[in-house]
Structure formats: C-alpha cells, structure tokens
Design a protein around this ligand. Structure first.
Ligand SMILES: [Zn+2]
Length: 291
C-alpha cells in the first residue's frame, strides 16, 4: 500500500505540468499579437479584408484563453489582455475568458502593445508574437508598422517582444512566457535568458509547419502555469543607461519625418539615431520616428 502511494506520488509529480508554488493574488499582463498565432501564415489571415480572418481571430482568442487559464491555475486574480495587432480590435470579447479584462484599440500613447502595463503587475506574457524583420525561416517577420527594417537599442537588434519587454522592465515586471513561431522563441531566449517559450509553428522559408491549435493551446496553458508558479526564475529585462536607439527605415518620407523629432539625427542613408537617459523617452521617440 505504501509502495502504491509512493508510485502514485511519483506519477502525480511527473504528470503535473507545473511544479512550483501557487501564488494567490497574481496580477498578469497578456499582450496578444496575431502573426504568431497557430496556423496564421499570410497577411490575409491576419487582415480584416482576408477571407479567413474571422476564423483566425477566433483561434487568436482561444490562444489568449489558454494563457488566461494557465494564469488562473497558477493563482492569478487580475488579468489584463492587451489586443496588440493591426487595429487592436481582433480578439472576440464574447469568446474571451470572463476572468480577464480586455484593452482594445490604440490610445495614441507610447506604450502601444504594452498599454496598461505598470508596476502593479507581477508578470508579462506574450502570445501570437513574431520574429523581427529580416529573420530567416520566420513567419510574417516584421518590426512595427513596416516602415522600419531594424530597431536597435544599445547595439541589440530588437524584435517587438524585445522593446516591449524593456517597457515592462522599466516597471520591474519580467516577461515570463512567450508564444509564437520558433524563430521568435529563439530571439527572446537569446535576449532575455530565462523565459518559458512555446513555438506553435516553425517557418520553412515563409511557409508554416504548425501544431494543431488544440495542442498549441495545451502547451500554452501548461507553459504559462509553469512560468507563473516559478516567478523567481525570471528577471525584468533591462539595459544600462544611456540608451541609444538606432532605426533603419526604408522610405525617404518616413526618415525625413522621423528626423524632425527633437534630438533625433540622421546618421546614415537610411538611419536615424536618438539617445536618452530614460528608456521611456526612447520609446516615446520611437513611436514618433517610426511613422
Ligand atoms: Zn501583428
């Protein structure tokens, strides 16, 4: 009997997806983009005008729900979901888990995909994220609106996940979990060090080899729960001041407009540079200079 209990305990230990402590009262911020959602492979899939957009926004909402369920299982009591793609009006409010609040549309502020973040949160999660512009074997890789081909901060080329994590880091909040394609997962591990990732698909060139959406959701749910039960493993992402932002652009009108931002300088044929002591000043400048 004792042996049977021992075996049962071992089975339970290994069957459990998350082994750390449940932490009651966690406040979790979830930013959801669309290019890194299961099955999405073409801009049509993630554009209002695309025939399959309605289907993929439901997949996107269910993938956000998987993260919410993982957070609830780990003890989250407050969850903010930030719709971070295109119009910022993609997630289906009725289909979203009722325990989360949803932030829709752009506010015009510099926090953008991180709008709503502040020091009261315990952890940040990214779902449906994609690799930076110009990444090999990445699905719908780009950085920001498409006017920018590279965003570099202190010499580090950043995917959107990178500078969004810096904004969370400003408030001392770590990014603990990221879901998207394999190329994105590799980029965040390289930059953040310790971070839980789930690759729901991998790029074969620009094509996508992906998990079934249900399998992806199971992995996201388990990964988020595991990360939040082991919060001590993760550090807020920070770089040292002063901060130097270097943007590589691809349009003369955009680079000309960006150079008008106070303190911004054209430092190359397609390059703008801006330096500040405060990381949020960098992000404010970025919002203007990239347009
Ligand atoms: Zn997007």
């Amino acid at each position: 009997m004792r042996r049977a209990i021992g075996i049962l305990a071992v089975i339970l230990l290994f069957a459990s997806p998350a082994r750390g402590q449940q932490q009651d009262g966690l406040k979790v911020f979830i930013s959801v983009d669309m290019e890194g959602i299961s099955g999405v492979v073409n801009t049509d899939d993630a554009s209002r005008s695309g025939q399959d957009y309605g289907y993929f926004r439901a997949v996107m909402t269910r993938e956000a729900n998987a993260a919410i369920e993982g957070a609830l299982a780990a003890g989250a009591t407050e969850i903010l979901v930030r719709d971070s793609h295109g119009s910022a009006r993609n997630l289906l409010p009725e289909l979203l888990n009722r325990n989360a609040r949803l932030l829709r549309d752009w506010s015009g502020g510099h926090l953008s995909m991180m709008e709503g973040i502040d020091e009261s949160f315990d952890a940040v999660i990214f779902v449906g994220y994609h690799a930076k512009a110009g990444t090999d074997n990445a699905i719908l890789d780009h950085t920001s609106s498409g006017n920018v081909t590279n965003v570099e901060i202190n010499g580090i080329s950043m995917p959107e996940a990178g500078y969004n994590a810096l904004m969370a880091g400003y408030y001392d909040v770590p990014v603990v979990f990221v879901a998207g394609d394999q190329a994105l997962c590799d980029q965040v591990v390289e930059r953040f060090g310790e971070v839980e990732t789930v690759a729901v698909k991998e790029g074969i060139g620009a094509a996508s080899l992906g998990l079934h959406p249900e399998v992806a959701r199971e992995k996201i749910r388990a990964g988020v729960e595991h990360a939040l039960r082991n919060l001590d493993n993760y550090q807020p992402y920070k770089l040292s001041a002063p901060y130097t932002l270097v943007l590589t652009m691809k349009s003369e009108s955009v680079i000309h407009n960006g150079a008008l931002y106070p303190g911004a300088k054209r430092t190359g044929d397609w390059e703008l540079t801006f330096t500040a002591d405060d990381v949020m000043e960098i992000m404010r400048a970025y919002q203007w200079m990239r347009k």
